[in-house]
Design a protein around this ligand. Structure first.
Ligand code: ADP
Ligand code: MG
Ligand code: MG
Length: 251
């Protein structure tokens, strides 16, 4: 079943009007894992942020349909309520707010919008405890302030914990592998794999093939200068690994 259809998507930086996305096409079905790779500055993060409705960018052309609805017409909160989740390349710190309070707030806000009763702190604790285990994070993790003083690996684990708590039909993961040692990467990847079902999908952005050994993509896309210039299976990543992006454009 079709989940996301992006057609000829063009976007500019809101302030400077500089074009960044120059006609992106991408189709994602339920249960698929898509990887977007590409050189630094090719527009990968911009693409992800445009999908979640980041105000730094303005769509100038093209369409995005998510679960049968026009995504571009929806406010960022509504995109998230509709089942779109994004982990940021550089997660923000929220001094003075504990991680568990933040997660409970976000989760209850979602339940309110869906017309479901909010969970009490105790109920929420029961809900989150097994999820904590699934990302291999210690209980102390919850009482610390959101991302404050977190190591790179802890921030990534925390992003996946947010995903596990909120749930998503399409999770966009921007460089969840950056700055992780191999053990932390394995943990984060295992947690993502546990969240995969036949009906939800992942769009992961990465520079490196290493992540693809842990989370197996159905398709790999190469982005260059604001467009997806090549789509294929895992063999694309192998060509990349050996010869870099130059080798790929030669094939
Ligand atoms: P990638 O994630 O592939 O490394 P980005 O999407 O972050 O690439 O950036 C694509 C290009 O757009 C880069 O040249 C970057 O400097 C520029 N860019 C993206 N967002 C902004 C912004 N908010 N202000 C100025 N330039 C931006
Ligand atoms: Mg980059
Ligand atoms: Mg980026």
């Amino acid at each position: 079943k079709l989940l996301l259809e992006v057609r000829d998507l063009c976007a500019v930086i809101t302030e400077s009007r500089q074009p960044i996305l120059k006609g992106v096409n991408l189709t994602i079905h339920e249960g698929e894992v898509h990887a977007v790779m590409g050189k630094n500055g090719s527009g990968k993060s911009t693409f992800a942020k445009v999908l979640v409705g980041h105000r730094d960018y303005e769509v100038t052309e093209g369409t995005v349909v998510f679960k049968g609805e026009n995504l571009l017409d929806m406010a960022p909160e509504d995109r998230s309520l509709a089942g779109l989740f994004m982990s940021f390349q550089s997660p923000v710190e929220i001094p003075g707010v504990s991680n568990i309070d933040f997660l409970q707030m976000a989760y209850n806000a979602r339940r309110r919008k869906l017309g479901e009763p909010e969970l009490s702190p105790l109920e929420f604790y029961g809900y989150i405890a097994p999820k904590l285990e699934s990302v291999n994070a210690k209980i102390e993790f919850l009482s610390r302030n959101v991302n404050e003083g977190f190591s790179g690996g802890e921030k990534k684990r925390n992003e996946i914990l947010q995903l596990a708590v909120l749930g998503a039909d399409l999770a966009i993961l921007d460089e969840i592998d950056s700055g992780l040692d191999v053990d932390a990467l394995r943990d984060v990847a295992n947690a993502v794999n546990k969240l995969l079902t036949p009906t939800n999908s992942v769009l992961m952005i990465t520079h490196y093939r290493r992540l693809l050994e842990f989370i197996k993509p159905t398709y790999i896309h190469i982005m260059d200068d604001g467009r997806i210039v090549k789509t294929g299976d895992i063999s694309i990543a192998e060509v990349l690994e050996k010869g870099g992006y130059k080798a790929l454009s030669a094939t």
